[in-house]
Design a protein around this ligand. Structure first.
Ligand code: NAD
Length: 480
């Protein structure tokens, strides 16, 4: 890891601090943009090595790594708490999902090798026979955000290694430690060291990596503004863009009210709302609006906010005090535009209390943009059509949800909601690591979910054999 970079010539180090108490939990080398070339050279060698590993060798590395991460799950979970501020219960869940992601990647390495092409399915190619294989792309630059510092990294590395690629991984400079630890475990599991390099640094290093002509794909997870920058710097190479959401959840009057309220509280405030599929807008049918609001606000007020290392904490800090202060400004702006605050909007350093509002103007940022914070908006609706129209009013989306016991309403919502995933009788906040995962509308490119990322990270190569024309000899042989 980073072995290719001359640490001595780096201009400095990046401190990694605990978002809850500000205590330094580690430092990483701040690789300057000029270091990108060294990392790419290392990856060239790694790409040669990885493409020559057999499928069972790639699979064995991923499977062994999954077992090692599972064995040391508590250490990984504590690291996630320390650098990202996730609560310990949520961090443990992320570790389990990372283990699954690695196991799924191991399966994919063995399974998804290509297909026979049915050349004789239409006239004109009867004398051809062949197949396509799935070849590695070469070097992939993977860039990840702060909020799931382990499993989102596994979603890049697992499929890329399964496909025989080398990766230069640039984790968030706020949370690089889980990524570094995971790469160390891959090496311990037998991965040749040059296959994955960790590029610790900031935006300038990221820019230098994505603009390299030797890179075949940039797989990015993060915010829209960064995605737009990367798209304009990358030039002609494959791009995967996993960006933000502003998830709507529709609650119809025939649903199980208690379940809907409890699920939405979890969906809105999991990981302190720093969750790309976190519920942001809840559209509730008017006959149950008051009853839902009472339950939802009570459930929100019951959440324990504080030290994420304690097992009974429900909501930890935001990633920085600056992020929490920005959230407060967005909420204050919504209030000044007519919104009513139902609870929360208090600030203590990086701790921002879970916040619920109603009567939010459709023109303000809180309605239109991703807030990525523990803030949720309640909106009264009369009909499903009105709810669908409001749900779809955002420029971009990832997941949406609907609570109803009416099969027809559920299917109509599944059909009409403009989202990469529609959760029925659940909040927007559900993801299984094997399912296709990605956004709809503006900005979204490609899909994650192991099989789907693997297919994005490999390229088909056709092998076609022109057969001899058997002629009369063959016919007479058949006739006999
Ligand atoms: P961010 O865009 O600020 O940073 C993400 C990464 O990009 C970091 O590693 C950062 O160093 C790097 N980066 C910044 N500028 C760059 C540049 N010019 N060139 C190359 N790299 C650059 O995002 P964040 O604040 O860390 O994460 C929050 C965002 O991520 C939210 O919008 C959230 O919705 C999104 N997200 C999406 C998914 C998904 O799967 N769709 C999952 C988690 C988070």
């Amino acid at each position: 890891m980073n072995s290719a970079f001359p640490i001595d010539s780096s201009p400095g180090f990046i401190p990694v601090t605990n978002p809850f108490d500000g205590v330094e939990v580690g430092t990483v080398v701040n690789i300057p943009p000029e270091g990108a070339q060294v990392l790419i050279q290392t990856a060239k060698e790694g790409a040669r090595v990885c493409r020559n590993l057999s499928r069972h060798e790639r699979s064995r590395v991923l499977e062994t790594c999954a077992s090692l991460v599972e064995r040391d799950g508590e250490a990984f979970a504590s690291l996630i708490v320390a650098e990202a501020g996730k609560t310990i219960r949520q961090a443990r869940k992320e570790v389990l999902r990372c283990v699954n992601t690695l196991k799924l990647s191991a399966d994919e390495a063995r399974r998804n090798a290509g297909e026979v092409v049915p050349f004789d399915a239409y006239g004109g190619s009867e004398n051809r026979q062949g197949w396509f294989t799935r070849e590695p792309l070469g070097i992939i630059v993977a860039i990840t955000p702060y909020n799931d510092p382990l499993n989102l990294v596994a979603h890049k590395l697992g499929p890329a290694i399964a496909g025989g690629n080398a990766v230069v991984l640039k984790p968030s400079e706020l949370t690089p430690l889980s990524a570094i630890k995971l790469v160390g475990y891959l090496v311990a599991a037998g991965m040749p060291p040059n296959v994955v390099s960790v590029a610790t640094g900031g935006a300038a290093l990221g820019e230098a990596l994505v603009s390299s002509r030797d890179v075949r794909m940039v797989s990015f997870t993060g915010g829209f503004a960064t995605g737009e920058r990367i798209a304009s710097s990358a030039g002609l190479k494959k791009l995967a863009m996993d960006l933000g959401g502003n998830a709507p959840v529709i609650v119809l009057n025939d649903c199980d009210l208690e379940d809907a309220a409890a699920s939405c509280v979890s969906g809105a405030f999991w990981a302190a709302g720093q969750n790309c599929i976190g519920t942001q807008r809840i559209l509730v049918q008017s006959s149950i609006y008051d009853a839902f609001r009472t339950r939802f606000v009570a459930g929100t007020k019951a959440l324990r906010t504080g030290n994420p290392a304690l097992p009974d904490t429900d909501v930890g800090p935001m990633i920085t005090a600056q992020s929490a202060a920005r959230t407060r400004r967005v909420v204050d702006a919504a209030i000044s535009q007519g919104a009513t605050l139902l609870c929360g909007n208090t600030l203590d350093g990086s701790l921002y209390a879970p916040t619920v509002l109603e009567d939010v103007s459709f023109e303000c940022d809180l309605w239109k943009q991703e807030i990525f914070s523990p803030v949720v908006v309640l909106q009264r609706i009369e009909t499903l059509d009105e709810a669908l129209s409001l749900a779809n009013s955002a420029e971009y989306s990832l997941h949406a949800g609907i609570f109803t016991n009416d099969l027809h309403a559920a299917l109509k919502a599944a059909d009409r909601l403009e989202a990469g995933g529609v959760m029925i009788n659940d909040s927007s906040d559900y993801r299984f690591d094997a399912m296709p995962f990605g956004g709809f509308k503006y900005g979204s490119l490609g899909r994650e979910g192991v099989r789907f990322a693997y297919e994005e990270m490999t390229q088909p190569k056709v092998v076609c054999i022109r057969k001899a024309v058997y002629g009369n000899h063959e016919q007479s042989a058949t006739a006999r």
